[in-house]
Write a protein that binds this ligand. Sequence first.
Ligand SMILES: [Zn+2]
Length: 267
Amino acid sequence: MSRALNVTAMLACAVAGAWAMASWQGIELEDLKHLGTPRNSVIEGDAERTIPLPDGPSERHSAVIVPQGKGSFSFLFDDPDAGPVRYDPCRPLGWVLSPEGMPPGAEPLLHSAADAVAAATGIELVYEGTTTEPADFERELFQERYGDRFAPVVVGWSTEGETPDLAGAVTGVGGSSAVNGAYGSQRYLHAGVIVLDSEDIVRLMSVPGGDDLAQAIVMHEWGHVVGLAHVNDTAELMNASNSKLTTWGGGDLEGLAIAGAGPCEDV
Ligand SMILES: [Zn+2]
């Protein structure tokens, strides 16, 4: 299952006075290169947040992945002109674990699933440790605990009692927010969330071969985080339900390679 938050970035130039005041204090070298172009910001709650400039050079850390398969895939946010909305592949994608409610023995599955996503997308996934933030789709894009940047992907646990999205056969939900870059209209994914149903995962892990199926569920949710939508083909992990596949299908691999080949945000 997927959940995606479509955040619309606001242009700071709509409030010219506020922009001039705010930018004088916080002007950065990169802003001078974009002189005359308004810096984008988002409204979150009551606060207006300037979209941070990405860290480091706009260069890929690894080659674009050549997918070892073909098949069906689809993207959650697919702009007919700009293409699918994806993570910036030139910057490491951090993820944190919210361990509250995690079934015993489940943590290795999360790391293996992240490795499988990094290998298929070519995006550098960096595990940043645990967090006390609960995994929830109502999370804020910017949080003091993570510093002056977009919140990393959070992977955590819940139950269908606490999270109605997990009702019935749903074992996990995943998605990211689509947000404008610091300048211009190109959108990027940020602040992904994966919420896993701890009761369902415990049940799965108690049967022979269940660990691999549980890991496949986490991989499916990561597929949503990096932008993939469901497909009808039951040979793909991105099919809405799965009771037998333990690894990516051909279309998954094709879609994940594209998910990792998006535009780098220029600074
Ligand atoms: Zn799904």
